[in-house]
Write a protein that binds this ligand. Structure first.
Ligand SMILES: [Zn+2]
Length: 339
């Protein structure tokens, strides 16, 4: 690591923390929408960890996690390595309380990040890559499910042998329920932030906290503890990894099974909390009509667990209402494998 850490257009000497902003995009009224960051350069050498929150504009718990880790918990004089915190990865989504960029309905994490002359959200992704992601050795990308009754979990993709061991190490240290996928990004996949990092050999762990619209527990403490645990596992700070507490953890290797959809429309009630074990065929939810009659029973397709009841229209969207239509996304299901 060099003596000075450069993020955006500022440099941070060893043993200091600075605030800055990565130049982003410009609106029609000439207002700049930039990407604020905190960057701390430790007094001693070590890896560079990037924490990014709010790729999706309505998932704000990670902002608090970054503030608490960087402003309250860490001391640059005692840090080995560097830490970059990007509280809001998609300011165009966040500024209008929307999941995606309001300008073009795109996701800064799924568009190409190699187009300085691309569309508006691609330019933000490019700015994130050049300004922050390309500087990191390890990346924690913090998301949230909407509902407070969801299960805190993390997602790792072990398909790339270059990053597999680090991702398992980061997940073990963070300590939440781990969903494992083992598909490496195809070589012809688009160069998104995540794919580009993976191809470079930089592990990106995705953390899903809960109650994404409100700063609340247990999400913020789980996030702070998990991030500090990762830093301890990589010897960036002193101390032992602390087990997570205050929410359920399904240990070992878990796999995403799929999205469960309902056939009928109406109001919906659920029978078990996320993180509780279901038998195959066990009733998961029932739909009832506006007269109060039950018109559909939705069963669990496999033995396994639910991590959230989004009641949304498609993957990634979440409704705020306990009411659904035919084909609504009502549950995310995962299965468990012992290690
Ligand atoms: Zn998200």
């Amino acid at each position: 690591m060099s003596e000075k850490l450069a993020v955006g257009d500022i440099t941070i000497p060893k043993g200091e923390m600075k605030k800055g902003a990565i130049k982003g995009v410009e609106l029609a009224n000439n207002v700049a929408v930039d990407i604020p960051f905190l960057a701390m350069n430790g007094a001693e050498d070590g890896p560079t960890l990037l924490l990014m929150s709010t790729q999706h504009g309505i998932e704000i718990q990670g902002i608090e996690v970054i503030h608490r880790v960087m402003r309250d918990e860490l001391d640059p004089k005692k840090l080995r390595g560097a830490i970059i915190g990007v509280p809001v990865g998609n300011p165009l989504a966040y500024m209008h309380h929307q999941y995606l960029s309001w300008i073009d309905n795109l996701d800064v994490g799924t568009v190409r990040c190699d187009r300085p002359n691309g569309n508006t959200t691609e330019r933000l992704a490019y700015a994130l890559w050049e300004g922050a992601w390309s500087k990191a050795d390890y990346i924690v990308n913090i998301h949230c499910n909407t509902r407070p009754d969801s299960l805190i979990y993390q997602w790792i993709n072990t398909g790339n042998p270059e990053t597999r061991d680090d991702l398992v190490k980061m997940a073990d240290a963070f300590g939440a329920t781990t969903i494992v996928s083992d598909r490496a990004p195809a070589e012809d996949a688009p160069p998104t932030l995540g794919n580009k990092a993976s191809w470079k050999g930089v592990p990106v762990i995705l953390e899903e906290l809960i109650d994404g619209r409100w700063i609340s527990e247990p999400s913020t403490s789980a996030g702070v503890r998990g991030v500090l645990n990762i830093m301890k596992a990589y010897d960036m700070i002193d101390g032992d990894v602390e087990p997570q507490e205050g929410f359920p953890v399904v240990p070992g290797v878990n796999r995403f099974h799929g999205v469960i959809r309902c056939a009928r429309g109406g109001l919906i009630r659920f029978f078990k909390a996320p993180g509780e074990l279901f038998a195959e065929g066990e009733p998961l939810a029932e739909i009832y009509d506006l007269y109060g009659d039950v018109i559909e029973e939705v069963k669990m397709p496999v033995e396994g667990y639910v991590w959230a009841y989004p009641c949304g229209q498609s993957l990634g969207t979440s409704g705020g209402l306990q009411a659904v239509q035919s084909g609504a996304n009502i549950a995310y299901v995962f299965t468990h494998e012992s290690k």
